[in-house]
Design a protein around this ligand. Structure first.
Ligand code: FAD
Length: 376
Protein backbone atom coordinates (compact mmCIF):
# COMPACT_ATOMS: atom_id res chain seq x y z
CA UNK A 1 0.00 0.00 0.00
CA UNK A 2 1.14 3.57 -0.44
CA UNK A 3 2.61 4.89 2.79
CA UNK A 4 -0.61 6.31 4.14
CA UNK A 5 -4.20 6.04 3.11
CA UNK A 6 -5.68 9.49 3.59
CA UNK A 7 -8.58 11.50 2.28
CA UNK A 8 -7.69 14.34 -0.12
CA UNK A 9 -8.63 17.08 2.36
CA UNK A 10 -8.06 17.22 6.13
CA UNK A 11 -11.18 16.16 8.01
CA UNK A 12 -12.93 18.38 10.54
CA UNK A 13 -12.53 17.13 14.14
CA UNK A 14 -16.24 16.21 14.28
CA UNK A 15 -16.05 14.23 11.04
CA UNK A 16 -12.87 12.54 12.21
CA UNK A 17 -14.51 11.51 15.44
CA UNK A 18 -17.53 10.17 13.60
CA UNK A 19 -15.38 8.07 11.29
CA UNK A 20 -13.24 6.78 14.14
CA UNK A 21 -16.37 5.71 16.01
CA UNK A 22 -17.51 3.96 12.90
CA UNK A 23 -14.09 2.23 12.68
CA UNK A 24 -14.45 0.96 16.26
CA UNK A 25 -17.98 -0.32 15.56
CA UNK A 26 -16.89 -1.94 12.30
CA UNK A 27 -13.95 -3.68 13.96
CA UNK A 28 -16.09 -5.01 16.79
CA UNK A 29 -18.62 -6.30 14.26
CA UNK A 30 -15.89 -8.13 12.39
CA UNK A 31 -14.27 -9.45 15.59
CA UNK A 32 -17.14 -10.02 18.04
CA UNK A 33 -14.81 -11.52 20.68
CA UNK A 34 -12.53 -8.50 20.65
CA UNK A 35 -11.74 -6.85 23.99
CA UNK A 36 -12.70 -3.22 23.29
CA UNK A 37 -9.75 -2.03 25.40
CA UNK A 38 -7.42 -3.22 22.68
CA UNK A 39 -8.56 -0.25 20.58
CA UNK A 40 -6.64 2.57 22.23
CA UNK A 41 -6.81 6.33 21.87
CA UNK A 42 -3.90 8.77 21.81
CA UNK A 43 -1.17 6.13 21.87
CA UNK A 44 2.32 7.64 21.27
CA UNK A 45 3.86 6.04 18.18
CA UNK A 46 7.52 6.94 18.79
CA UNK A 47 8.19 3.93 21.04
CA UNK A 48 6.99 1.61 18.24
CA UNK A 49 9.59 2.93 15.81
CA UNK A 50 13.34 2.39 15.72
CA UNK A 51 13.90 6.19 15.65
CA UNK A 52 11.90 6.48 18.90
CA UNK A 53 10.34 9.65 17.54
CA UNK A 54 6.74 10.57 16.81
CA UNK A 55 3.51 11.84 18.36
CA UNK A 56 0.29 9.99 19.19
CA UNK A 57 -2.13 8.13 16.93
CA UNK A 58 -5.75 9.15 17.37
CA UNK A 59 -6.62 5.44 17.33
CA UNK A 60 -4.20 2.53 17.75
CA UNK A 61 -4.80 -1.17 17.30
CA UNK A 62 -2.42 -4.12 17.40
CA UNK A 63 -3.42 -6.99 15.10
CA UNK A 64 -2.31 -10.37 16.43
CA UNK A 65 -3.25 -12.49 13.41
CA UNK A 66 -3.72 -12.10 9.67
CA UNK A 67 -7.49 -12.25 10.22
CA UNK A 68 -7.33 -9.42 12.77
CA UNK A 69 -5.17 -7.42 10.38
CA UNK A 70 -7.65 -7.92 7.54
CA UNK A 71 -10.53 -7.00 9.87
CA UNK A 72 -8.84 -3.78 11.05
CA UNK A 73 -7.92 -2.64 7.55
CA UNK A 74 -11.40 -3.57 6.29
CA UNK A 75 -13.04 -1.58 9.10
CA UNK A 76 -10.82 1.45 8.46
CA UNK A 77 -11.55 1.35 4.73
CA UNK A 78 -15.28 1.00 5.28
CA UNK A 79 -15.31 3.88 7.78
CA UNK A 80 -13.14 5.92 5.36
CA UNK A 81 -10.80 6.75 8.19
CA UNK A 82 -7.13 7.32 7.28
CA UNK A 83 -4.99 4.40 8.40
CA UNK A 84 -1.35 3.46 8.47
CA UNK A 85 -0.02 -0.10 8.63
CA UNK A 86 2.97 -0.21 10.97
CA UNK A 87 5.55 -3.00 11.07
CA UNK A 88 8.62 -2.46 13.25
CA UNK A 89 8.71 1.21 12.23
CA UNK A 90 12.30 0.78 11.00
CA UNK A 91 11.93 2.67 7.73
CA UNK A 92 9.74 5.60 8.74
CA UNK A 93 9.78 8.92 10.58
CA UNK A 94 6.53 9.79 12.36
CA UNK A 95 5.61 13.47 12.74
CA UNK A 96 5.69 15.19 16.14
CA UNK A 97 1.94 15.75 16.03
CA UNK A 98 1.29 12.07 15.40
CA UNK A 99 -1.26 10.49 13.11
CA UNK A 100 -4.83 11.66 12.53
CA UNK A 101 -6.57 8.35 12.03
CA UNK A 102 -5.86 4.73 12.86
CA UNK A 103 -2.42 3.20 13.22
CA UNK A 104 -2.63 -0.58 12.86
CA UNK A 105 0.46 -2.23 14.29
CA UNK A 106 1.07 -5.60 12.70
CA UNK A 107 1.91 -8.27 15.24
CA UNK A 108 0.51 -11.21 13.24
CA UNK A 109 3.56 -13.41 13.70
CA UNK A 110 2.73 -17.06 13.13
CA UNK A 111 5.54 -18.96 11.37
CA UNK A 112 5.48 -22.50 9.95
CA UNK A 113 8.65 -24.21 8.76
CA UNK A 114 8.45 -27.31 6.56
CA UNK A 115 11.95 -28.71 6.72
CA UNK A 116 11.22 -31.42 4.14
CA UNK A 117 10.07 -29.09 1.35
CA UNK A 118 11.99 -25.95 2.40
CA UNK A 119 8.77 -23.96 2.39
CA UNK A 120 8.47 -21.41 5.18
CA UNK A 121 5.24 -19.48 5.65
CA UNK A 122 5.06 -16.46 7.89
CA UNK A 123 2.35 -13.99 8.78
CA UNK A 124 3.35 -10.52 7.71
CA UNK A 125 3.98 -9.20 11.23
CA UNK A 126 6.59 -11.92 11.91
CA UNK A 127 9.92 -10.36 12.81
CA UNK A 128 12.63 -11.31 10.30
CA UNK A 129 15.50 -11.05 12.77
CA UNK A 130 15.74 -12.83 15.10
CA UNK A 131 12.46 -14.81 15.01
CA UNK A 132 12.17 -15.96 11.39
CA UNK A 133 15.91 -16.34 10.81
CA UNK A 134 16.46 -18.28 14.05
CA UNK A 135 13.63 -20.65 13.14
CA UNK A 136 14.99 -21.33 9.64
CA UNK A 137 18.63 -21.62 10.69
CA UNK A 138 17.65 -24.10 13.41
CA UNK A 139 15.80 -26.13 10.74
CA UNK A 140 18.87 -26.13 8.48
CA UNK A 141 17.23 -23.98 5.79
CA UNK A 142 19.28 -21.29 4.09
CA UNK A 143 18.33 -18.06 2.31
CA UNK A 144 17.27 -15.66 5.04
CA UNK A 145 20.47 -15.66 7.13
CA UNK A 146 21.84 -12.74 5.07
CA UNK A 147 19.39 -10.34 6.71
CA UNK A 148 20.43 -11.01 10.32
CA UNK A 149 20.48 -7.84 12.38
CA UNK A 150 18.10 -5.84 10.16
CA UNK A 151 14.95 -4.71 11.99
CA UNK A 152 11.96 -5.67 9.83
CA UNK A 153 8.66 -7.46 9.74
CA UNK A 154 7.95 -9.76 6.82
CA UNK A 155 5.50 -7.17 5.42
CA UNK A 156 8.06 -4.35 5.66
CA UNK A 157 10.68 -6.62 4.05
CA UNK A 158 8.45 -7.26 1.02
CA UNK A 159 7.39 -3.62 0.84
CA UNK A 160 11.01 -2.49 0.49
CA UNK A 161 12.65 -5.67 -0.90
CA UNK A 162 15.00 -6.07 2.06
CA UNK A 163 18.63 -6.28 0.96
CA UNK A 164 22.15 -6.64 2.24
CA UNK A 165 25.71 -7.06 1.02
CA UNK A 166 26.26 -10.78 1.63
CA UNK A 167 27.44 -13.50 1.90
CA UNK A 168 30.63 -12.99 3.85
CA UNK A 169 33.57 -12.90 3.54
CA UNK A 170 33.56 -11.56 -0.05
CA UNK A 171 30.30 -9.56 0.09
CA UNK A 172 30.47 -9.26 -3.64
CA UNK A 173 26.86 -8.47 -4.29
CA UNK A 174 23.68 -7.15 -2.78
CA UNK A 175 21.28 -9.96 -1.95
CA UNK A 176 17.56 -9.26 -1.99
CA UNK A 177 14.77 -10.99 -0.12
CA UNK A 178 12.89 -11.34 -3.43
CA UNK A 179 15.34 -14.16 -4.22
CA UNK A 180 13.57 -16.45 -1.72
CA UNK A 181 9.99 -15.17 -2.00
CA UNK A 182 7.71 -17.83 -3.45
CA UNK A 183 4.27 -16.29 -2.95
CA UNK A 184 2.23 -14.07 -0.68
CA UNK A 185 -1.35 -13.71 0.45
CA UNK A 186 -2.60 -10.19 -0.15
CA UNK A 187 -5.54 -8.23 1.13
CA UNK A 188 -6.62 -6.37 -1.97
CA UNK A 189 -8.07 -2.88 -1.99
CA UNK A 190 -11.51 -4.40 -2.71
CA UNK A 191 -11.30 -6.53 0.45
CA UNK A 192 -10.65 -9.84 -1.32
CA UNK A 193 -7.80 -12.14 -0.28
CA UNK A 194 -5.65 -13.56 -3.07
CA UNK A 195 -2.39 -15.46 -3.34
CA UNK A 196 0.15 -14.04 -5.79
CA UNK A 197 3.57 -15.19 -6.96
CA UNK A 198 6.85 -13.32 -6.70
CA UNK A 199 6.41 -11.64 -10.09
CA UNK A 200 3.39 -9.70 -8.84
CA UNK A 201 5.72 -7.61 -6.67
CA UNK A 202 7.84 -6.29 -9.55
CA UNK A 203 10.70 -6.06 -7.04
CA UNK A 204 13.46 -3.49 -7.50
CA UNK A 205 16.00 -1.75 -5.31
CA UNK A 206 14.02 -0.42 -2.31
CA UNK A 207 10.87 -1.06 -4.33
CA UNK A 208 7.90 -3.36 -4.77
CA UNK A 209 4.42 -2.97 -6.24
CA UNK A 210 3.21 -2.43 -2.67
CA UNK A 211 4.49 1.16 -2.97
CA UNK A 212 1.85 1.98 -5.57
CA UNK A 213 -1.20 -0.12 -4.71
CA UNK A 214 -3.64 -0.27 -1.82
CA UNK A 215 -2.96 -4.01 -1.45
CA UNK A 216 -1.13 -5.26 1.60
CA UNK A 217 0.59 -8.47 2.61
CA UNK A 218 -1.14 -10.79 5.08
CA UNK A 219 1.43 -13.58 4.88
CA UNK A 220 4.31 -14.74 2.71
CA UNK A 221 5.88 -18.03 1.69
CA UNK A 222 9.65 -18.36 1.26
CA UNK A 223 11.38 -21.19 -0.60
CA UNK A 224 14.63 -22.01 1.21
CA UNK A 225 17.44 -24.49 0.51
CA UNK A 226 18.77 -27.20 2.84
CA UNK A 227 22.06 -26.07 4.37
CA UNK A 228 24.41 -26.88 7.21
CA UNK A 229 23.13 -25.03 10.30
CA UNK A 230 26.71 -24.36 11.45
CA UNK A 231 27.48 -22.62 8.15
CA UNK A 232 24.26 -20.61 8.34
CA UNK A 233 25.06 -19.57 11.87
CA UNK A 234 28.55 -18.49 10.80
CA UNK A 235 26.95 -16.21 8.16
CA UNK A 236 24.59 -14.79 10.77
CA UNK A 237 27.46 -14.08 13.16
CA UNK A 238 29.66 -12.55 10.46
CA UNK A 239 26.83 -10.28 9.30
CA UNK A 240 26.02 -9.20 12.86
CA UNK A 241 29.69 -8.42 13.44
CA UNK A 242 29.95 -6.49 10.16
CA UNK A 243 26.91 -4.40 11.01
CA UNK A 244 27.99 -3.89 14.62
CA UNK A 245 31.28 -2.40 13.46
CA UNK A 246 29.69 0.04 11.00
CA UNK A 247 26.23 0.93 12.24
CA UNK A 248 25.18 2.82 15.36
CA UNK A 249 23.57 0.53 17.97
CA UNK A 250 19.79 0.96 17.98
CA UNK A 251 19.41 0.78 21.75
CA UNK A 252 21.59 3.81 22.49
CA UNK A 253 21.50 5.61 19.12
CA UNK A 254 18.03 5.09 17.63
CA UNK A 255 17.79 5.52 13.86
CA UNK A 256 15.88 4.44 10.78
CA UNK A 257 18.95 3.01 9.05
CA UNK A 258 19.94 4.70 5.80
CA UNK A 259 18.05 7.94 5.46
CA UNK A 260 18.80 8.66 1.78
CA UNK A 261 18.37 6.48 -1.29
CA UNK A 262 21.49 5.03 -2.78
CA UNK A 263 23.00 6.79 -5.78
CA UNK A 264 24.43 4.25 -8.20
CA UNK A 265 28.19 4.21 -8.34
CA UNK A 266 28.60 7.06 -5.85
CA UNK A 267 26.83 6.32 -2.57
CA UNK A 268 24.69 8.81 -0.70
CA UNK A 269 26.71 8.35 2.49
CA UNK A 270 29.99 8.96 0.69
CA UNK A 271 28.68 12.22 -0.78
CA UNK A 272 27.63 13.43 2.66
CA UNK A 273 30.94 12.29 4.08
CA UNK A 274 32.89 14.21 1.41
CA UNK A 275 31.05 17.30 2.65
CA UNK A 276 32.31 16.67 6.17
CA UNK A 277 28.81 16.14 7.49
CA UNK A 278 29.51 13.33 9.96
CA UNK A 279 28.72 14.65 13.44
CA UNK A 280 26.53 17.51 12.19
CA UNK A 281 23.76 18.07 14.70
CA UNK A 282 20.47 19.94 14.86
CA UNK A 283 18.66 19.80 18.17
CA UNK A 284 18.62 16.16 19.21
CA UNK A 285 19.27 14.79 15.70
CA UNK A 286 22.78 14.08 14.41
CA UNK A 287 24.59 12.53 11.46
CA UNK A 288 26.33 9.61 13.14
CA UNK A 289 30.13 9.58 13.11
CA UNK A 290 29.92 5.96 11.93
CA UNK A 291 28.07 6.45 8.67
CA UNK A 292 27.15 9.69 6.93
CA UNK A 293 23.92 8.21 5.53
CA UNK A 294 22.54 7.43 8.99
CA UNK A 295 20.89 10.06 11.16
CA UNK A 296 20.49 9.21 14.82
CA UNK A 297 18.27 10.36 17.63
CA UNK A 298 21.29 11.46 19.67
CA UNK A 299 19.06 13.20 22.20
CA UNK A 300 17.52 9.90 23.28
CA UNK A 301 20.60 8.91 25.27
CA UNK A 302 20.70 12.37 26.85
CA UNK A 303 17.11 12.16 28.09
CA UNK A 304 15.80 14.64 25.55
CA UNK A 305 14.71 12.89 22.39
CA UNK A 306 15.14 14.53 19.01
CA UNK A 307 11.93 15.77 17.46
CA UNK A 308 10.77 14.80 14.00
CA UNK A 309 11.27 18.48 13.17
CA UNK A 310 14.96 18.24 14.16
CA UNK A 311 15.35 15.26 11.85
CA UNK A 312 13.56 16.96 8.95
CA UNK A 313 15.77 20.03 9.36
CA UNK A 314 18.89 17.91 9.46
CA UNK A 315 17.75 16.04 6.34
CA UNK A 316 17.22 19.38 4.60
CA UNK A 317 20.61 20.62 5.71
CA UNK A 318 22.38 17.52 4.42
CA UNK A 319 20.48 17.72 1.11
CA UNK A 320 21.33 21.39 0.64
CA UNK A 321 24.97 20.92 1.52
CA UNK A 322 25.47 17.89 -0.71
CA UNK A 323 23.69 19.54 -3.63
CA UNK A 324 25.73 22.71 -3.32
CA UNK A 325 29.08 21.01 -2.83
CA UNK A 326 28.74 17.79 -4.83
CA UNK A 327 26.01 18.54 -7.34
CA UNK A 328 23.74 15.63 -6.35
CA UNK A 329 20.24 15.96 -4.91
CA UNK A 330 19.73 13.25 -2.30
CA UNK A 331 16.23 11.87 -1.95
CA UNK A 332 14.94 10.24 1.20
CA UNK A 333 14.48 6.52 1.55
CA UNK A 334 12.50 6.66 4.80
CA UNK A 335 8.78 7.36 4.67
CA UNK A 336 7.35 10.41 6.41
CA UNK A 337 4.19 9.42 8.26
CA UNK A 338 1.54 11.60 9.90
CA UNK A 339 1.44 15.21 10.96
CA UNK A 340 4.72 17.16 11.18
CA UNK A 341 3.09 20.50 11.98
CA UNK A 342 4.79 23.66 10.76
CA UNK A 343 8.38 22.73 9.99
CA UNK A 344 9.54 26.30 9.37
CA UNK A 345 12.66 27.32 7.51
CA UNK A 346 16.02 25.80 8.32
CA UNK A 347 17.31 27.66 11.38
CA UNK A 348 20.01 30.20 10.44
CA UNK A 349 22.20 29.16 13.33
CA UNK A 350 22.66 26.42 15.84
CA UNK A 351 24.45 23.76 13.83
CA UNK A 352 27.06 21.81 15.66
CA UNK A 353 29.56 20.30 13.33
CA UNK A 354 32.26 17.69 13.50
CA UNK A 355 34.74 20.28 12.31
CA UNK A 356 34.11 22.34 15.42
CA UNK A 357 32.19 25.32 14.10
CA UNK A 358 28.64 26.33 14.75
CA UNK A 359 26.32 28.90 13.22
CA UNK A 360 25.53 27.36 9.86
CA UNK A 361 27.57 26.44 6.82
CA UNK A 362 31.04 27.93 7.19
CA UNK A 363 31.96 30.57 4.63
CA UNK A 364 33.01 28.76 1.49
CA UNK A 365 31.40 25.48 2.53
CA UNK A 366 32.98 22.63 4.43
CA UNK A 367 36.77 22.34 4.57
CA UNK A 368 38.26 20.94 1.38
CA UNK A 369 40.87 18.67 3.03
CA UNK A 370 38.13 16.73 4.74
CA UNK A 371 36.66 15.80 1.39
CA UNK A 372 39.95 15.04 -0.27
CA UNK A 373 40.91 12.69 2.54
CA UNK A 374 37.79 10.66 1.87
CA UNK A 375 38.28 10.57 -1.89
CA UNK A 376 41.68 8.94 -1.60
C1 FAD B 1 19.47 0.02 12.10
C2 FAD B 1 18.78 -0.24 10.78
C3 FAD B 1 19.44 -0.92 9.78
C4 FAD B 1 18.82 -1.16 8.57
N1 FAD B 1 19.50 -1.86 7.62
C5 FAD B 1 18.88 -2.19 6.46
C6 FAD B 1 19.54 -3.00 5.49
O1 FAD B 1 20.68 -3.42 5.66
N2 FAD B 1 18.87 -3.32 4.36
C7 FAD B 1 17.59 -2.88 4.15
O2 FAD B 1 17.02 -3.22 3.10
N3 FAD B 1 16.94 -2.10 5.03
C8 FAD B 1 17.55 -1.75 6.19
N4 FAD B 1 16.91 -0.96 7.10
C9 FAD B 1 15.57 -0.45 6.82
C10 FAD B 1 14.42 -1.32 7.39
O3 FAD B 1 14.95 -2.29 8.25
C11 FAD B 1 13.66 -2.01 6.27
O4 FAD B 1 13.13 -1.09 5.35
C12 FAD B 1 12.53 -2.90 6.82
O5 FAD B 1 12.05 -3.72 5.79
C13 FAD B 1 11.37 -2.09 7.42
O6 FAD B 1 10.41 -3.01 7.93
P1 FAD B 1 9.34 -2.56 9.00
O7 FAD B 1 8.57 -3.77 9.38
O8 FAD B 1 9.97 -1.84 10.11
O9 FAD B 1 8.42 -1.57 8.16
P2 FAD B 1 7.85 -0.16 8.62
O10 FAD B 1 8.97 0.81 8.74
O11 FAD B 1 6.96 -0.32 9.80
O12 FAD B 1 6.95 0.22 7.36
C14 FAD B 1 7.59 0.57 6.15
C15 FAD B 1 6.53 0.57 5.03
O13 FAD B 1 6.09 -0.76 4.79
C16 FAD B 1 4.68 -0.80 4.81
N5 FAD B 1 4.28 -2.12 5.29
C17 FAD B 1 4.60 -2.70 6.47
N6 FAD B 1 4.01 -3.90 6.55
C18 FAD B 1 3.31 -4.09 5.42
C19 FAD B 1 2.48 -5.15 4.93
N7 FAD B 1 2.23 -6.24 5.65
N8 FAD B 1 1.93 -4.99 3.71
C20 FAD B 1 2.15 -3.87 2.97
N9 FAD B 1 2.91 -2.84 3.39
C21 FAD B 1 3.48 -2.95 4.59
C22 FAD B 1 4.30 0.29 5.81
O14 FAD B 1 2.93 0.68 5.68
C23 FAD B 1 5.27 1.35 5.41
O15 FAD B 1 4.80 2.03 4.29
C24 FAD B 1 17.52 -0.70 8.33
C25 FAD B 1 16.84 0.01 9.35
C26 FAD B 1 17.47 0.22 10.56
C27 FAD B 1 16.73 0.95 11.64
Amino acid sequence: MPLVSAPPRPLSPAERERRERSFRDGLRERLPELDAERIRAGEPIGPYTTFQIGGPADVFFEAHSADELAAAVGAAREAEVPYFLLGLGANILVGDLGFRGVVIRNRAAHVAVDRATGLVTAESGAVVWPDLIEATVAAGLGGLEHYAGIPSTVGGALWQNLHFLSPPPDRERTMFIEEVVESAELLRADGSRVTVGRDWFDFGYDYSTLHVTDDLVLSAAFRLEPADPARLRATVEANLEWRGARHPPLDTQPSAGSIFKKIDGVGAGRLADWCGLKGTRIGGAAVTERHANILINAGAAEGQSATARDVRHLIGYVQETVEREQGYRLSTEVGFVGDFGELGALPPAGWEDADGFSGGVPPGGHPEPHRDAERR
